[in-house]
Design a protein around this ligand. Structure first.
Ligand code: NAG
Ligand code: NAG
Ligand code: NAG
Ligand code: NAG
Length: 302
């Protein structure tokens, strides 16, 4: 995340801007509400049908009060922040994924310790992950059980999915921020390849997904980028709070890559690098009412 192209770090700026990025291959007209345009399917090799006619904000209302609840404690999660609850979380996910309009609940005061994990679709539509407690990462590379340095929580092949709640996703990044590549190499045992200090996990990544809403929660202290969307379309981020210390290296707020129809609004981002970084292959990105700082603002282009 070098600073090429953008002059100075900008501290505490309130902005209300709209950005339309048109990649050479995807020139999409945008309607007033951003959801009504017909689009080509951006998911390579996917089979989702993106063609839809009506403009709607229904993604914001998709919390289902009468939806079937999948409470992580009922699936064996301990929630003490010490026991590894990955397995229970994965089992809860699989059960909820198979049911329409299901809600996975992480209760308040629960601390769900999760190793690197992939939560995969396709799932039945209307799935909600309700985080009222905390999802917490293992404390640094020494405890990183799986050889997965790209990301910690990987959401994949989802459509019509919501994350919401009063809770927090905590990446425990302080154990990663200051270590040298040599120390990283030594701590990541049984690895043959070489590691450099760019190889620190993004906290939450969405890959190849459609119609996502991430709202209300806090994402804190990622080892690297906090929230990444790659090969996604129809993304809404609102009322989110992202935070890591201003001097934590490479802790971008939000990364967008190969993603279309993205709205980020009403959110607070304070971190050690770019608040929002818009990389290659993005179009129809709309950013409004973001409080950014500390952090390096919003960057377009790699
Ligand atoms: C799921 O929620 C949608 C939107 O509220 C509703 O139209 C649909 O009937 C629900 N499906 C089921 C199986 O409950
Ligand atoms: C995506 O959202 C639009 C507008 O809310 C809806 O019409 C469409 O069916 C959704 N597609 C999927 C795959 O969820
Ligand atoms: C924003 O999120 C906070 C914390 O979860 C919540 O208390 C508040 O009601 C949310 N605001 C809106 C407008 O949804
Ligand atoms: C964002 O905030 C504005 C102003 O408070 C509000 O009108 C709008 O509904 C909010 N957007 C969402 C998606 O909550």
């Amino acid at each position: 995340m070098s600073n090429n192209g953008v002059p100075n770090p900008i501290h505490y700026w309130l902005l209300s801007i709209q950005i339309f990025l048109f990649s050479s291959s995807a020139l999409n007209a945008r309607t007033a509400h951003g959801w009504g345009t017909k689009h080509q399917n951006p998911i390579k090799g996917g089979s989702h049908n993106l063609g839809h006619g009506s403009s709607s904000s229904s993604v914001y209302d998709s919390y289902q009060p009468y939806s079937p609840i999948f409470d992580v404690p009922s699936f064996g999660a301990r929630g003490d922040g010490v026991s590894d609850d990955s397995k229970a979380f994965q089992v809860t996910w699989s059960a909820a994924c198979a049911v329409k309009n299901a809600t996975i609940k992480i209760p308040s005061k629960f601390r769900l310790l999760i190793s690197p994990i992939t939560l995969q679709g396709p799932c039945e539509p209307g799935l909600v992950l309700q985080i009222d407690g905390m999802i917490v990462a293992p404390g640094g590379p020494r405890m990183w059980l799986k050889p997965e340095l790209l990301q910690w929580i990987n959401f994949k092949n989802l459509h019509d999915f919501v994350i919401q709640g009063r809770g927090t996703i905590n990446g425990q990044g302080s154990a990663w921020w200051w270590i040298t590549p040599r120390i990283l190499q030594n701590q990541l045992t049984n690895r043959n390849s070489r590691y450099d200090d760019t190889m620190k996990p993004t906290a939450v990544r969405f890959y190849s997904s459609l119609n996502l809403t991430i709202r209300d929660i806090q994402i804190q202290n990622s080892p690297r980028c906090h929230l990444k969307f790659d090969n996604c379309a129809g993304v809404k981020v609102t009322n989110l709070s992202i935070s890591s210390p201003g001097d934590s290296p490479n802790t971008d707020g939000i990364h967008l890559q190969n993603s279309q129809r993205v709205e980020v609004e009403n959110s607070t981002i304070s971190c050690g690098d770019d608040c929002i970084s818009i990389q290659t292959g993005c179009s129809d990105v709309n950013i409004q009412n973001i409080k950014c700082g500390p952090g390096h603002g919003i960057r377009h282009g790699a």
